[in-house]
Design a protein around this ligand. Structure first.
Ligand SMILES: CSC[C@@H](O)[C@@H](O)C(=O)COP(=O)(O)O
Ligand SMILES: [Zn+2]
Length: 206
């Protein structure tokens, strides 16, 4: 069972690497193994060639339970902890660094990125003819636990309108009730980012 979780994350990482979202070891992926524990990619590993030894099991307080060969958890594990603590439905979390996600950070106003008003947002849980959805954008503090704390404070007040968030000039994080849902959410957000960049190039409103 836990091997299945890690195999699922390996497959997702290889796929996201091919799309250019996890180059140069960028990004981190995790999956809950039980309510208060999750497997997460070890820090600094190449995401196109992860092995089963490239995952660390830890809990929601940050304590490491299994670390093959002394692997260290992702440097951004505190962000995963914060999301798992605040979003009970989140079973899988994907954090990637795409060019478009980082370009879109420049379009944010007061920490919010207005997503394009597309029917596809239905796949992110927003069913409206012309959806008006703002994605939260968090500052990229040098100390990662500060990013995690900002997210946790925000999510404790209200969860984002869609299952994802941006970190400014850093990357996007999306989650779901399983690997398939998390992947769909990430793909839909990335589609929105590409749309927004194209719309800006064409100088049209989104
Ligand atoms: C390519 S450097 C990117 C890292 O600083 C970080 O943002 C990242 O996403 C990967 O960190 P990691 O510790 O490997 O999980
Ligand atoms: Zn990152």
């Amino acid at each position: 069972m836990t091997e299945d979780l890690r195999q699922g994350l390996r497959g997702a990482a290889a796929d996201f690497y091919q799309r250019g979202w996890m180059l140069g070891t960028a990004g981190n992926l995790s999956a809950r193994s039980r309510a208060d524990r999750f497997w997460i990619t070890a820090s600094g590993r190449p995401k196109d060639r992860l092995t089963l030894e490239d995952f660390v099991e830890m809990d929601l307080t940050g304590q490491v339970h299994r670390a093959p060969d002394g692997r260290r958890p992702s440097a951004e594990a505190s962000i995963h902890q914060a999301i798992y603590r605040q979003v009970p439905d989140a079973q899988v979390i994907y954090h990637v660094h795409s060019v478009e996600a980082n370009l879109c950070g420049h379009f944010a106003v007061d920490g919010l990125l207005r997503l394009p008003s597309l029917e596809m947002l239905k796949g992110l849980g927003v069913a409206a003819a012309e959806p008006q959805v703002d994605l939260p954008v968090f500052p990229n503090f040098v100390e990662v636990p500060q990013i995690a704390a900002a997210m946790e404070r925000s999510f404790a007040q209200a969860l984002p309108p869609v299952p994802g968030a941006l970190i400014h000039l850093h990357g996007v994080t999306a989650w779901g009730r399983d690997g398939t849902a998390a992947r769909h959410h990430l793909e839909l957000l990335e589609y929105c980012f590409r749309y927004l960049v194209q719309a800006k190039l064409l100088a049209i409103g989104a």
